[in-house]
Design a protein around this ligand. Sequence first.
Ligand code: PMP
Length: 371
Amino acid sequence: MIYLDNAATTKPCGEAVNAVREAMNGCFGNASSLHKIGTLSMQTISRAKMTALGAVSGTKTPFDGEVIFTSGATESNNTAILGAAERCRNRKRIVTTAIEHPSVAKTMEILEKRGFEVVRLAPRDYKNHAEFEDAICNAVDENTFLVSAMAVNNETGYFIDTARLYKEIKSRFRDVCVHIDAVQGFLKVQLCGDLISVSGHKIHSPKGIGALFIKKGVRIPPLLAGGGQQGGLRSGTEPVELIAGFCAAIEAYHGERERFSELKDYLLEKLSEIPDIKLNSDVECVPNIVNFSVRGVRSEIMLHSLEEDEIYVSSGSACSKGKKSGVLGALGVSDKDADCAVRVSFCAENTKDEIDSLVKKIGETVERVRR
Ligand code: PMP
């Protein structure tokens, strides 16, 4: 099997699997219980929090704030955005992008129905990534209480420098809350924000676990009412096994940028031998996600053809499941090219041999279909 769909999800690493097994056997207590078994679980959670806080910024400086564990980034994004809206203090404007994941985009639609003004900016209207970041900053005004932007787009790897964005926004409007959906950027790029959402299953942890980082001084209400776990911010008995797996996956993560760049360069070199391929991920995109259109071959046809040889890629975003997401359009890809888009996303274990097999099969499929 050749798995090249790591932006959809990743295979849990051995360290995470072991940590889950060990926690299930030896650390099954309720973290709220006052006895020794409960304390053991609480210690596991505290350790995982330290690990997550130390890792999220992508620099040597740990995140200055707290972290809550959630069921995944969908919950983290909902908690962040709906929470910020509850604390908006009569301001009504939100600035976001037109390339957000549905867990942000649909939450914005809910807020729009509640009377908020949502401004969505599309990268296709700007020359480069820096200009796009500037446009986001320039769209913020006195009536704005929230900026929500993804660090790395899941369909093409489009990258936003969140450190630069954060600094610029804060220099002009200190009390605007900056939320970053960092699912595809976590452990891969530097991150900065008041609220940062991440997900375990994109970094070789089990599914069903994610986190929301909350900067010191930022106050949001909980999404869920309940027993008041995690400082009242996320009720529900903590899934200590998943938290242990998430922590182990963070510690074991080794997706170095240089390695991804090497794989991307090799893929692009090989693809250049096939006529009429259009690249949808520009040079400023992160190197672990490569989106391209194989003109004349619809995505589903290509996907299923590759599947015959047990090669797994995506037609764009796995979350859109065949539905046109509109994200590629907002990134400047024509409808025709979007219909033929293929997303290849790497993990550190992928090899050049796997890319050879992928490109060979793409070439064969092109010949068969275009004939
Ligand atoms: N945001 C982005 C950018 C994503 O890629 C995903 C997962 N496809 C999510 C949010 C949702 O994450 P989860 O599956 O953990 O809910």
